[in-house]
Each structure stands twice: as C-alpha cells, then as structure tokens.
Ligand binder design. Sequence first.
Ligand code: 7RM
Length: 632
Amino acid sequence: MYHIKTWEDYLTAYEHSVAHPEAFWEEIATNFYWRKKWTLPLECNFEQPSIKWFVNGKLNIVENCIDRHLQHYAQQPAIIWEPNNPDDAHRVISYAQLHEAVSRFANVLKMHGVYKGDRVCLYMPMAPELAIAMLACARIGAVHSVVFGGFSAQALSERIQDAGCKVVVTTDSGLRGGREIPMKEIVDEAISNLDINHVIVYKRTGKPVLMKSGRDVWWHEAELHAQAVCDAEEMDAEDMLFVLYTSGSTGKPKGVVHTTGGYMVFTAYTFQNVFQYKPGDVYWCTADIGWITGHSYMLYGPLLNAATVLMFEGLPVWPHPDRCWRIIEKHKVNIFYTAPTAIRSLMAEGDEWIKPYSLESLRVIGSVGEPINHEAWEWFYQHVGKENCPLVDTWWQTETGGIMISPLAHITPLKPSYASLPLPGVQPVLLDPDGKLLTGADVEGLLCIRFPWPSMLRTTYGDHERCRQNYFATFAGMYFTGDGARRDQNGYYRIIGRVDDVINVSGHRIGTAEVEDAINEHENVVESAVVGYPHAIKGQGIYAYVICNHSPEDESLTRKEITDVVVRIIGPIAKPDKIQFVTGLPKTRSGKIMRRILRKIAEGETTHLGDISTLLDPSVVEDICKENKRMM
Ligand code: 7RM
C-alpha cells in the first residue's frame, strides 16, 4: 500500500498529487489486484458530469478484500463481533472463514436469481452477516443498497422501489440496547404491495416471524444447498458497486452511486494513511454499516488492508455507560473511530466510567459525522486518548466515498476542532456565493473540490440530472459539498456545517423538507417549517413550527400524534425534538419561508433577528417569539 510515513512524505505527496494527479492515483492503484489493467487513468467532464477512473480496468473488489490476503493472512481475524449483550460470547471470523461465508452466501444469492447488475436491498442490524451479504453481492457483481435499521417501513419501501430491488436480505429481529427491532415485520410491511422475488432471513434472535411460502427463505436453510466456492465476477472499474440513500435539501432522499475501481483505491488509501494502520492492530469503528462510514471504514477500507475490524452490535451506553471502555480493554483496541454525538453522550456520563479500564492499547482516536466542538475534542483527547493518541477529525461525505480532509495520525500537527489538511489527491477550495475563489488565510466560504478524486459519486440512482443540479451546477467546474468552512493561516480547514436545508442530527443527515412533508401528513396540519438548532448531545436537534387548521385542544396529544407520523413515514431518527404551534410563518413576498429567522428563534434569539422588513407580514415574527418564550 502507498504509505505516507512522515510530514515530509505528506508534503511531497501532496505537491505531487496536485502537479500530476493522474500519475499519483495510478501509482496507488498498482497496489491492487486487477484482472486487467486500465488503459487510461481518468476521463472526466464535470459539466455532465461524466467521471471515469481507471478506464477499462477489470477487477473484483472482494478478490482484493479477501482472496488476495489468503496467502499470508488466512488465519488472521477479519471481523471480531461483540454482541449487544455483554454476557453473550463474541465471535471471531478469520479471513479464511470470511472467504468461505461470503462465497457460500454469494451462491445463495445466485440460487435466488441474483446476477451481475441486480440490486439487492439489505435491511439488517449490526451482525457479521450484513458484512457477509454486502461482500457476497460485490463478489457476484450485484449492487447492494443497505438501508439503515432506524428507517421505517415506508422509508424502506421507497428505497427498495427507487433502486428496483427484487431481493431483500434481513433478520428476524435486531437488538439495540434494551430494545428489539422487528426487522422482518418491517420488511413485510414495506414490501406488502411490491413485486419482490425473495426475502432471505438470517435468524439472529429466534423471534417468531411469518415466512411467506415461495418468497421467504431462511439464510441457514438456503446455505445447506450452497457450495463454499464461488468465482468472483469480473467487473469493470466503472461498474456500480453500491447505492446508498442520503438526504438532500429537497424532499426525496437520493441514491448516491459508487463504482468499483475508484472506490476501492480511495477507501484503501485513506484508511491506511489517516489511521496509520499497522498489521495486527485491532480497529474499531462505531458507525452503523447502514451509513457511508460503515461501508468505507468498517468494511471495504479495512478489509482491503487486511485489517482486523471490531464490529459492535449494541449501543455505547448500554447496559452501562462503560460499555465502550470495556470493549476497548477486552479486545485491546488500537484504533477507535467514533462520532461527536457519541463522544458528547459519553462525556455527559462522567469520567468515573472510564477510570476502571485500561485504555493503554489505544494509539489513534478519530471522529466523523459532524463538527466536533472544542469541549468534546478536549475531553476525547484527554480522557480517552490520555493526551498521547492523535485525534483525527475526518471530514467527508456519502458523496465523497472516503475521507477528504483530516490529519494523518502521528504525522499532521493537530489543531482542536479543525479537520486540518486535505489528503494528498484532494483539492479543496473556498468560494464566495458568487463563485469567486477565496485565496489567502483566514477566509470563510463555501467548500468545493476542484479536481476529481477516485471515489466521488458518479450519479444519483435513476436521476442523473439531479446529481448534476445538486453537486455540479452551483459552480462551474467544481464539486459543491453543501458545507461552509474556514481556512486559517496554515491552510487548516475548519468545517462549519451545512449551508443548505440539511440538518445533522447525531451525525445523521436529515432534510428539513423530508420532515416537513411527513409532518404535513397529519390531518390537522396545514403547513410546517423545520429547522435545526444547537443540541448539547446530538449536535443539532429538530425544531418544527407547525400551523394547524384549528388550534389543538390538547397540544401534547397533537405533538405526540405528529411525532408518530414522522416515525411512521421516516423513522425514529427524524423525531422532532421540539414542536411549536404557530398561526403563521415568516414568508417573503414571493412566498419563501425565511428559515434564517426561524433558526434564530429556535436558538433562543428573539431580539436580534436581522432584517425582517422584506417579510410579507412582519408581525408573525413577534407572535412566534412570544409563543417560543412561553414554551421554554
Ligand atoms: C461521513 C459522513 C456528511 C456531512 C458533511 C458535513 C458533516 C462529516 C464532518 C462533518 C464537520 C467533520 N457522511 N460532517 N464529517 N462536519 N466535521 N469531521 O458523515 O453524508 O452522512 O454526512 O456531515 O456537514 O457534509 S454524511
């Protein structure tokens, strides 16, 4: 693997990557097993967009994740699985065992009519079988679409339809802390009106479920008829590897599409260099596989480096707030990658929970998903890293496929709450709203990337125009991230947050329009406006302003009903934290809601609201403020 070992290496690599980006990436790509080498490193047009890396190259990513390692690492653990219940036994799956399990399940998929190019929906909890199912898809060239277990039946149904999945893989139920999630039941509801060929069900808990004859099959029964040998399908570098749905500023979530070759090269390279993984290290990423962090840094990135990954089924604070520290001590975790929201909730539990445990094995700690505030940064660095583990604050997105801006552990000097410098191969720029390039130090602007990188999204599933509009049309010749950032004298980036109507709740991206659409489904709701507001643990909370057709007789009952509608349509992750009933919303003369004002009020600011003279009816603002004060 291409390994940056020192600060000098970093500077040289960065310079080289800007001067000769194609040669830079070709050199990295040679570290993999290609059935056929590419004929051209890059073919790119940002206007359409049309982006191709390693043109005409042929490979299979699973051959690179597993088969390639069997010669030296067959007996090394690939996955250590820690179950939800601390009293249950953990599982260790070696590379040899993973190879067998993936091959066997790949044959199960084939036996159920899944072939190259078909989309398969995976709706599963954090079990090794989710990783196995993803790799089995990739082995036979099927496209996986993992849907996070926190989404409702309706949200799942929309995603299954959008990607045209004919097969769904799930479990009887899933365990998260003290709760049991009826996965199969949710799938049944999601597909009740859809034409689905098969549902393959892994038995995780033994919860009784309905099995529809002819359609539903048990994983363990199907496996009895499957061989443990399965040739990996030869894929083109630009063949689709997976779809992953993410929220944008408009109502419907979009299916971000990643392709095989570029995604492989980028996730492997970034994993190695950001975390400085060494053979034998135990690496733990707390993200759910249902999000991009789980795809890139729990599965593909680590396995491509023959790493040992710890996978945890449960919750950081269950059954007690010492669970993470117990796990780190028990499995001698060396690298711990988590999210600010988890850090803040662990911090809130107090340091006493950490003290009894030895965290001596830790060498690197990391954060991802949202801006990490100063206090959480310091706490994580001091109490978990004991001031001798670099904290890598990694900025990236579902659309970027992998880490873009981050310190390299033990190499890049740290600056609290700064994601720091771009990785070699990544060229960020800051623009003003008119698209003017902001040069120099201490500037703040819109974060864009000006040169393609191998793991960038290629399209949004079934709607290429939307991809163009969303990411490539705002500024010509640039990929627009949707984030604002500032850059200091040393070129360090600090990510400020979204500049669009996306809120980041506990690291989960949620579109305000999605939540509004759901709230508006309640029969008494006329209109709503949703904004984010600062939340001590979640980073941002969801604040909903709601107009009802008659003022609710029982406000708390109506609030509960509205919350239930949101849970039904999107899922528990989109529950509003606060619902304020209002009689009007601040709108401009053209009818646009002025969210800036609503955000301020939600933050508790009721005096300095800025210019409200362009509002159609400035008096609504006064009413909203009064009502807000009454609620607090
Ligand atoms: C990996 C992931 C992407 C959005 C992104 C940002 C925010 C992510 C950081 C961050 C500040 C970070 N993908 N974000 N990482 N903000 N510092 N280190 O989270 O698609 O789900 O979200 O998350 O706003 O645009 S994501």
